[in-house]
Every structure is written in structure tokens, then in C-alpha cells.
Design a protein around this ligand. Structure first.
Ligand SMILES: [Zn+2]
Ligand SMILES: [Zn+2]
Length: 536
């Protein structure tokens, strides 16, 4: 059984903005066009196939192939229903994790120029939530191991006098592109969005090239393989604005199609890593043909912060987000307790005012508004500087804050700290903070996220320990966690296996006492159980 990760598998770095990109050269890969009409299944093939009972994919073996492009499978869990299906309801086990050919990706998506955001990505056909839109292989993975000597030398240089950019990873990646990639692949990276396409080589680039020339002739002889400093600068920026942090090591990954995917604070897509650093893009919501594909450049937890904070963080990629959430007049993540009735909530609006109370309907006075907004500034600063290991201090700030704020993102941040602090020591306290985290998340941003799924799963764990007689309750939490993770990373992912297995065990146990509960979950359950066990 995989252990449940504490944080979402979202890397530190996110891809850069995609505005104003120029035409890109042809695709790098020269792979065979995979014809979707070609007959490809034969008896004995290991597959994932759609079980019509619930429309999910489960593992199976092809038992018989029929001439009308249908086939029959043997389900791994010996299930006997819904064994016959169409070819297009069957996929290879690696279909959702191994990179697709660029031809196949281009059948699924289109790059289009938009007036506001430059080149963006659109889907060519409808996708269900959780369905894989495509899986893309990286153009390059730049890890220190590619040239340990160069990495070490650059680290020394950075220690002697820090690079202006504050990190060596982007420069190292750009050097690796120059050193290791063919012309076509370099062209793809050069073509990525950068804020200043005509930028001159900066001091960092000059220093690095000098070091290579003086000390690293054995790694890179610049006379034999010269570098145009301006090209190198462009590559550094391309990596800076378009790459993702590697999920395991101190390095970067860059993709071609994915870097065209624009940001939204309510993205239509979600993603996870597949085989060999492949980027698995899934629909987060139901997509229609022609819909734009967006991802979040911000971590899940930042999507729960106010519009102003999100906008400020997105300045890293040098653009102002114009998504629907950012365009709302009232920010429902900045709530204040009504000073008149002490029951209702006043929400902040974009024009630096406060909306009338939603319970007593009173509008706060100019003076009250000023006081509250001023207090908010102070508390934001305090919360941003809290040491989460100093639980007593977090408690003090939290106690004072709940008197002023309600449904405010800073309370969510402190609920997270306190939940973490109490989860080992005091289950009842931890559960209350977990419940409040869920409540805020669903109030402010009700889409599947890894945070929300794991909150649900852990709340299920706590309930199971605390109230073992309330089976309906923790089963419901595991079910929600499972459904959300199935959308976020697929039914075959180890993250999804975790709540699934709990659900299955709980409903099997429930089966012995309460037949009704078991009936509602066992259909969904048994087939997935097999998928999970083959995966683990
Ligand atoms: Zn936004
Ligand atoms: Zn009120």
C-alpha cells in the first residue's frame, strides 16, 4: 500500500506564461502515426477496459476479438457482467501514463492564437471529467546528473557570488539544451514564450561562459562548440518561464504542447506525472469540443488565497490573470464578521469596500470598513510570518483572528497549521480544523483538488478511529476522496488506490452488518479493487 503523501504532487516551478509566442517549427518526434482505425487487439492482450456498470476503466485480459470491432474480456476480478465492448472502450495499460506521439496529441488538441493571451491550447473533442486529454513526453529533463561537473562548477560560482537570478537551475538547463539537444529541439525551446525576446546576454550568462572557458574545457570546449551568448540568454528565459520543477530531483522539465497551456485560477484541466516524467493532462471538468485547456501555475493551496494574493504570485510569470475567479467583483475568500449582528459576514469587494452583511443587511460605516481592512493587512502579515511549529503562537493569533474574520483565507492557512499540529496528538482538535478547511475550500473554490481529496480521506480516517459506529459517515468521506482523485490522477494511480482500499475494506466490513450500505458501494468497488491491486 502506498503511503499517503502530505502535500499535493505539484512541483515548485510551474510552466510560464504563454502569451505572445511566435510560430513554432515542426514537431521533434518522427514517430509513426498511430492509426486509431487499425485493428490492434488480440486474444491475450492485457488491457484496461470500460466496465459498463459505472463507466470506469478496470484491468482485464482480451478473451475474444470479433470482426465488428468489438471484443470480449475476462475481468481480473472475475466479474461476469459487461464483458463485451467496442474497441474504443479498451486501452493499453500504459495508455494513461506513457507519452503519446505528437501526431496523436495534435489530433486531440489545437494551438490557436488568441487576441488577449497569444497562443493557447484548445481541445478538439469533448472530454469527461477525469479523462486523459493527452500524455506528453518532455522535450528535455535537465537534472544535475546530466553533467555533474558543470553543475558543481556552477554551484561554486553561485556560492562565490550569487547569480542575479538567485538560482543556477535555469542556466544549467539552458546549457544542457545547448550541449545535448539537436537543432530542432533547441528550436522548440527557443520558440517558447519569453517576456523580452531581444534581451542581451546578462551578467550571469557572461560569468558562466567565462568559467566554462577557463575551467571546464574538458566538459565543453567552446572553441569547438561555440555558444552565442544571446541565444543562451534566450534559452535561460525560455526555461525560466516555461519549465516545471522536477518532481524528485533538483532539476527542471520542459514540454512542448503543455507550455502552450495558459493559466487559470479555475483551470479546466489537472495533471499528474506518468512514466519517464511524462505529463498526464486530464479534464478537471466536462469539456466540450473547442474549449480552452488551462492549468494552474499556482499550487493548490495558493488557489485558496485571495484574488490579490494570487495576482501578485502570478507576477512571477509577468502576466495579470483575467480568469473568471479573478474578475469577480466580490472576493468570497475575504470575509469579515459583521460588527453589528455578530452573526453575518461582510465580504470585501474590488473597490476596497465591504459588501452589506448577509444576515442583518447593515452596511459597515466608512470608519468600520477602514478599521477592518487595516486589521486585515496586519493579520495577513502576521500569518505569513507565523512559525507553524510554535503552536501556542498560532493558537493565539487564531483565537484573535476568528473574532474579526470569517471565511477568510488566513483562517484557512491557520486551520492547516493547527490541523498539522494536532493530527498526531489530539484527534478531536485536528478533526475540527480539518472540517473547517474543507468548509472554506468548498465555499471558496469547489472543484476537485488534491488538497480537498486528501482532507476528505483523512477526515474519513479520523472518523473511523473516533466513531467506528458511524460507517455511513467515513464511507462517504472515502467515497468523495476516491471520486476526486479518480478525476485528478485516474483510477489506476496509487493516490486513488489509497481511499479506494479504505472504501473497499470499510464497505466489505459494512456488508456483514448493514447490507444496504454495502450495496451502494460494492459495484463501484469490486472491479476497482482489482485495478488497484495490479497497480500496487
Ligand atoms: Zn485568475
Ligand atoms: Zn450583520
Amino acid at each position: 500500500m502506498p503511503t499517503q503523501p502530505a502535500v499535493a504532487p505539484i512541483p515548485e516551478e510551474k510552466p510560464g506564461a504563454v502569451e505572445q509566442e511566435q510560430e513554432k517549427p515542426g514537431a521533434v518526434e518522427q514517430e509513426q502515426e498511430d492509426d486509431p482505425m487499425a485493428a490492434k487487439w488480440k486474444t491475450g492482450d492485457r488491457v484496461y477496459a470500460v466496465w459498463a456498470g459505472n463507466g470506469c476503466y478496470y484491468s482485464a485480459t482480451v478473451a475474444e476479438v470479433y470482426p465488428n470491432r468489438t471484443l470480449m474480456v475476462n475481468w481480473d476480478d472475475k466479474e461476469l457482467s459487461h464483458r463485451v465492448m467496442r474497441f474504443d472502450q479498451v486501452m493499453e495499460p500504459s495508455e494513461e501514463s506513457a507519452g503519446w506521439s505528437s501526431a496523436r496529441i495534435d489530433r486531440r488538441v489545437t494551438v490557436k492564437d488568441t487576441p488577449e493571451k497569444g497562443r493557447c491550447l484548445f481541445v478538439n473533442e469533448a472530454c469527461e471529467p477525469g479523462q486523459v486529454v493527452f500524455v506528453e513526453k518532455p522535450v528535455q529533463v535537465a537534472l544535475p546528473a546530466l553533467s555533474q561537473k558543470l553543475w558543481n562548477a556552477m554551484q561554486k560560482l553561485h556560492e562565490a557570488q550569487p547569480l542575479n537570478l538567485g538560482t543556477i537551475t535555469f542556466h544549467f538547463a539552458a546549457l544542457m539544451s545547448q550541449l545535448l539537444l539537436d537543432k530542432e529541439s533547441i528550436g522548440i525551446i527557443m520558440d517558447k514564450f519569453v517576456p523580452e525576446p531581444d534581451e542581451d546576454a546578462g551578467e550571469d550568462v557572461t560569468r558562466i561562459l567565462q568559467t566554462i572557458e577557463e575551467n571546464l574545457k574538458d566538459v565543453w570546449d567552446l572553441k569547438e562548440k561555440p555558444v552565442d551568448p544571446r541565444d543562451l540568454q534566450r534559452l535561460v528565459s525560455a526555461w525560466r518561464y516555461n519549465s516545471f520543477g522536477h518532481h524528485k530531483e533538483d532539476g527542471l522539465v520542459l514540454y512542448n504542447r503543455i507550455s502552450m497551456c495558459a493559466h487559470s485560477c479555475d483551470p479546466t484541466c489537472c495533471w499528474s506525472y506518468g512514466d519517464d516524467d511524462a505529463f498526464v493532462l486530464r479534464a478537471r471538468v466536462a469539456l466540450k469540443a473547442g474549449d480552452e485547456l488551462t492549468i494552474s501555475y499556482l499550487q493548490d493551496e495558493d488557489l485558496l488565497k485571495s484574488t490579490a494574493v494570487r495576482q501578485q504570485k502570478l507576477q512571477n510569470w509577468r502576466f495579470t490573470c483575467g480568469c473568471q475567479r479573478c474578475s469577480l467583483r466580490v472576493d468570497l475568500g475575504r470575509g469579515f464578521r459583521c460588527r453589528r449582528c455578530r452573526v453575518g459576514i461582510l465580504y470585501a469587494s474590488v473597490d476596497s469596500g465591504l459588501e452589506p452583511c448577509r444576515v442583518c443587511n447593515a452596511s459597515p460605516s466608512q470608519e468600520d470598513t477602514q478599521t477592518l481592512l487595516h486589521l486585515e493587512e496586519e493579520y495577513v502579515l502576521r500569518v505569513e510570518n507565523l512559525d507553524k511549529t510554535d503552536v501556542a503562537d498560532v493558537e493565539t493569533v487564531y483565537q484573535a483572528a476568528i473574532d474579526i474574520f470569517e471565511r477568510h483565507w488566513i483562517l484557512y492557512v491557520m486551520d492547516t497549521m493547527l490541523w498539522e499540529a494536532y493530527r498526531e496528538k489530539s484527534l478531536a482538535d485536528a478533526m475540527e480544523h480539518q472540517r473547517r478547511r474543507i468548509e472554506f475550500h468548498e465555499h471558496y473554490y469547489y472543484r476537485p483538488t488534491f488538497i480537498l481529496a486528501w482532507c476528505r480521506e483523512e477526515l474519513g480516517d479520523s472518523l473511523q478511529t473516533q466513531f467506528p459506529q458511524r460507517k455511513w459517515h467515513f464511507i462517504q468521506e472515502f467515497q468523495r476522496a476516491y471520486q476526486m482523485l479518480a478525476i485528478l490522477c485516474g483510477t489506476n494511480h496509487q493516490y486513488t488506490a489509497s481511499p479506494y482500499n479504505k472504501l473497499w475494506q470499510a464497505s466489505t466490513a459494512a456488508n456483514n452488518s448493514t447490507a444496504n450500505t454495502a450495496n451502494t458501494t460494492s459495484n463501484n468497488g469490486s472491479a476497482t479493487g482489482t485495478t488497484v491491486s495490479t497497480d500496487a
